[in-house]
Structures are given as C-alpha cells and as structure tokens.
Design a binder for this molecule. Structure first.
Ligand code: OAD
Length: 275
C-alpha cells in the first residue's frame, strides 16, 4: 500500500469514529514561513559576549535576572514572526476546520500566532505555549493583553529598550514588568492560560492525532502522542527528521510517518479529510 492509500485508510477510520481530529503542531510547520525552529541552528542569542541557547533564556529565572535583555529577545522574535506569512500547511488546516467544524481541534506549541493569522478559529486553537504578541502581569488571575502597538515590530537584534518601551511593558498597576505571554522551561502547564486539561481531554477523546513539525521535547505533546498510541487511534507524524514521535508512530498499529515537510504533506492530509 502506498502512502496516499494508507492516508486515505487512516482518515476514513478516523471519520467513522466519534471524537475530534486533533492536530498537534510545532515549530516545523512555520519553518517554510521563514520562522526559525526552536532547536535549529539560528536559535541561539547573544547577550554581552555570551551566547545563550533558548533553553537558558526562556526561563523565569533568566527573566528575573535580566528582564530588559529577555524582553529584547522576545521583541526581536516577535518581529520575525510578524514578518512571516502563513504557508500552505497553515492554510490547509484552515480548510480542514471548514469541513470538520467542531470535530477539528488544533493544539499548537508555536507562539508565532500564524495559525490564527491564517484563519483558524481561536476557540479551536489551543496555544499551549502562549503567543508572542501578548503579555501579562504576574497576578493570581492575570489579564492577557496585546504587546502595545507603540512597541516597534521591526526590532533589530542589537536594539535595546527605550524609556518609552519600558513604560509600555510595565504592569497594569504601574509597578514592575509585565512578562511575555509564553510558557517558560521552569514553569508548568495550566488550564487557565495554556489549556492543559482541555488538551488532555481532547487527546483522550480524539479519533485521530496528526503531529506536524515537532521534535517531541515537551511534556504535554508527549502525553498526547502516548495516549494516541495507547488507544490505537490513527497516529500520523509529519516531518523531515526522526523523533520520539516518529518512533511512536512506527510502533503503533495505526501509525504512519510521512517524511518530508509540512508544506508537502498537510495539503495531502487535508484533501484526504474532505477539504
Ligand atoms: P523544535 O525546533 O524542537 O523542532 C522542530 C521540528 O520541526 C524538528 O523535528 C524538525 O525536524 C521539524 N521540521 C523542520 N522543518 C520542517 C518542515 N518544513 N516541515 C515539518 N517539520 C519540520 O521545535 P518544537 O518541537 O516546536 O516550548 O519545540 C517544542 C517546544 O520546545 C517549543 O514550543 C518551546 C521549546 O521548549 C516552550 O518554549 C515552552
């Protein structure tokens, strides 16, 4: 059986079952839009004379030690994300949502906002690691608000915060910093900000899980893939490289690995789902 036939078979199996068709995306789906992947070669950032890997900077500890530098890193990345446009894979998922309606669910690790800019409905798009266009204060029930428009989206690497930027990024009450609305490495998922329980519940009810462009390094996505493999639902993994997720799909009776890019495969999958 060739890949197209296997895709058709797995999609038909999923559509015969109850439950949402869940898509799980990572940085790889935005690679063809020009957003560097998280663990790719362009991920590091220089502060002073030190090169930092994202794992060291995307932490609450780093923010507490050097808030201005961490904000500058996020504002630079926000500029990269804003300059990018949704690609064929993002658009194919919008088409899938149109045919599946409430049976469509997208769980994304990406903070670039490209799924929403492509047209995916916010209620059906769980941004489990946040969104780089937003910020919040560290309150008990934080209000998430957009990074003020006064902050330039064109943010070169060496740019430092101005007095006006500092004021715009301060907390609603005036004291202290607001922070980027993202999940950091030394923090935990929750429902209120990151839809943890909702995503897990969707995984438990899913009729199929399609994983696109992720290296499998974070815990909630790993749970979703384990649940899918355990339940024996169709599990399709798209990407150019092997990962714990491709290994899970190779080992699952209803698993399928589609080696290649999101732009190649997601439109094929969307057509197989009737879009
Ligand atoms: P990574 O940078 O770890 O992995 C990107 C994946 O995309 C790799 O497996 C690549 O092989 C694959 N890839 C590259 N180009 C692709 C393409 N054109 N089409 C499809 N796949 C492609 O990024 P993530 O797995 O998303 O979280 O990283 C997960 C999380 O790690 C991030 O959200 C971030 C970090 O911890 C937080 O900051 C909380």
């Amino acid at each position: 059986m060739d890949a197209d036939e296997r895709i058709a078979e797995l999609c038909a199996t999923a559509l015969e079952r109850e439950g949402p068709v869940v898509f799980l995306t990572g940085a790889g789906i935005s690679a063809e839009s020009g957003v560097p992947t998280f663990r790719g070669a362009e991920g590091y950032w220089k502060i002073g004379s030190t090169n930092y890997q994202p794992e060291a900077l995307a932490t609450r500890v780093a923010f507490e030690q050097m808030p201005e530098e961490i904000w500058a890193w996020y504002l630079y990345r926000r500029g990269v994300c804003r300059a990018a446009r949704p690609n064929a894979a993002h658009m194919a998922l919008v088409s899938v949502e149109k045919v599946l309606g409430d049976r469509f669910l997208l769980v994304t690790q990406n903070v670039d906002g490209l799924h929403l800019r492509a047209g995916t409905t916010a209620a059906r798009c769980y941004q489990i690691h946040g969104n780089i266009d937003f910020m919040r204060c560290e309150d008990e029930h934080p209000r998430v608000r957009e990074v003020p428009t006064s902050i330039s989206v064109d943010w070169p690497k060496a740019r430092k915060l101005s007095e006006a930027d500092r004021a715009a990024l301060s907390c609603c009450g005036g004291g202290g910093w607001s922070r980027p609305h993202v999940l950091w490495f030394d923090e935990s998922y929750d429902e209120e900000l990151f839809r943890f329980e909702s995503a897990m519940n969707a995984g438990a009810r899913a009729s199929m899980l399609v994983v696109i462009g992720t290296s499998g390094a974070t815990t909630l996505p790993s749970h979703l893939v384990s649940i899918a493999a355990h339940r024996g639902i169709p599990l399709i993994v798209v990407g150019p490289d092997d990962s714990p997720f491709t290994r899970a799909a190779y080992g699952a009776p209803n698993g399928l690995v589609l080696k290649g890019t999101a732009g190649e495969w997601v439109p094929v999958l969307s057509r197989a789902l009737g879009a």
